[in-house]
Design a protein around this ligand. Structure first.
Ligand code: AMP
Length: 395
């Protein structure tokens, strides 16, 4: 799936009203924003639209109110923070499609911005209701989508509105698409993928799709032991999904047929319990003692994996290769992160926990692209259509 979509930079914006969907779903504690990364990430698109002489009807979801008005999930604190960043007043509507929104939107002047209330206060948002979409669309002349984190969901504000308005992507989505396209559809080779994380069941689609594209597929994390068991190894009490043994064998066969270097750990750091204090014991990957579980890759495996990563033309990484939250079992994940930082090729971190790991080590600036939407990135890596991207205008 390779998307070439029109960006907000291609749109005629002067004197227009723009319905802008951002991901302003910030963490809140007692009504205070504890991390405003998502707000600051949205600023370039907001500023660009305002500078071009358009006005903005801004909308987002916040948390999971499930179609009910929950005052603690109001976007009001976001309007205040946005006002501070933009050094101008962001008007806050008390509703999404009611009287207050109607009147604020109709009195909007070029260069002004109004923020609608939490879209998910209406059950029609997640149901992609057409009347709700039509009403939202009636507020504007064109639509700009910049909420990459929600493009895998067909909601009224991510897909429905695009039926009624010319639809463009904002700078965040544009950057995500360029990076993911470059990594998976037109990569400099060798293309290396590292897959980790907790459960193999979550990553089946990704394994199946990546095996069609990559030159090397390095396996780590909780899915490792289903592979090792399938190959006849002893995995002790490590995580395993016995229902996926035949899938895994299929993938191993497919990798051979396609000449893909599917690499599994040769050694593992194990523990008697799933606990930060359990002392690490180095084991051969195929001979884990009956009363032990593997929680990280071992040094020999680190050497093999980092050597492949450093020589890559393109690397994409999803999921920690060990329980990196426990310092004694974070060495593998840390080594992968640093090898990516050292790699001269194009490097992409695709997904939640690996992005968190790279931030923990403070080397995010040494990675070419840190994907922002966990679920959306994963679905892209699975080769699935992203409805919130598919509905935008083609270039
Ligand atoms: P995911 O959301 O699928 O990327 O999974 C991330 C989680 O996988 C992290 O919280 C890690 O602690 C966990 N994880 C990684 N390796 C292992 C392992 N060997 N055993 C259990 N959990 C693991």
């Amino acid at each position: 799936m390779s998307y070439q979509k029109k960006s907000v930079a291609d749109a005629a914006l002067g004197n227009k009203k723009v319905l802008l969907r951002c991901d302003l779903n910030v963490p809140l504690e007692d009504g205070n924003i504890t991390d405003d990364t998502r707000i600051t990430a949205s600023l370039p698109t907001i500023r660009f639209i305002l500078e071009k002489g358009a006005s903005i009807v801004l909308c987002s979801h916040l948390g999971r109110p499930k179609g009910q008005v929950k005052p603690e999930l109001s976007l009001k604190p976001v309007a205040e923070r946005l006002s501070a960043h933009l050094n101008m007043r962001v008007k806050m509507a008390d509703d999404v499609i009611g009287e207050c929104a109607d009147s604020l939107v109709s009195s909007l002047k070029p260069g002004e911005i109004v923020l609608l209330e939490n879209l998910r206060f209406h059950k029609e948002e997640e149901a992609n209701d057409s009347d709700f979409s039509k009403k939202l669309a009636s507020y504007a002349d064109l639509y700009v989508s910049d909420a990459f984190g929600t493009v895998h969901r067909a909601h009224a504000s991510t897909v429905g509105v695009a039926k009624y308005l010319p639809a463009y992507c904002g700078f965040l989505i544009d950057a995500e698409l360029k990076a993911l396209n470059a990594a998976l559809d037109n990569p400099r080779r060798p293309l290396v993928a590292i897959l980790g994380g907790a459960k193999i069941a979550d990553k089946l689609g990704v394994i199946g799709n990546l095996i069609e594209k990559v030159d090397h597929l390095l396996i780590g994390g909780g899915m490792t032991y289903t592979f090792i068991k399938a190959l006849g190894g002893k995995i002790g009490t490590s995580l395993v999904d016995d229902t996926k043994i035949s899938y895994v064998l299929d993938m191993i066969k497919k990798a051979k047929e396609r000449n893909v270097n599917l690499v599994l750990p040769v050694d593992l750091l194990c523990a008697a319990e799933f606990s930060a204090d359990s002392p690490p014991v180095l084991c051969d990957a195929y001979h884990i003692p009956d009363d032990m579980m593997a929680l990280d890759i071992g040094q020999k495996t680190i050497d093999i994996y980092t050597d492949i990563i450093k020589k890559a033309g393109t690397v994409i990484w999803n999921g920690p290769v060990g329980v990196f939250e426990f310092p004694a079992f974070s060495l593998g994940t840390r080594a992968i992160a640093y090898a990516m930082a050292e790699c001269d090729g194009f490097t992409v971190i695709g997904g939640g926990d690996s992005v968190a790991a790279v931030h923990q080590y403070g080397i995010q600036d040494k990675i070419d692209h840190n994907a922002t939407g966990g679920g959306a990135t994963l679905e892209y890596m699975e080769g699935k259509e992203l409805p919130g991207i598919a509905c935008l205008l083609d270039q």
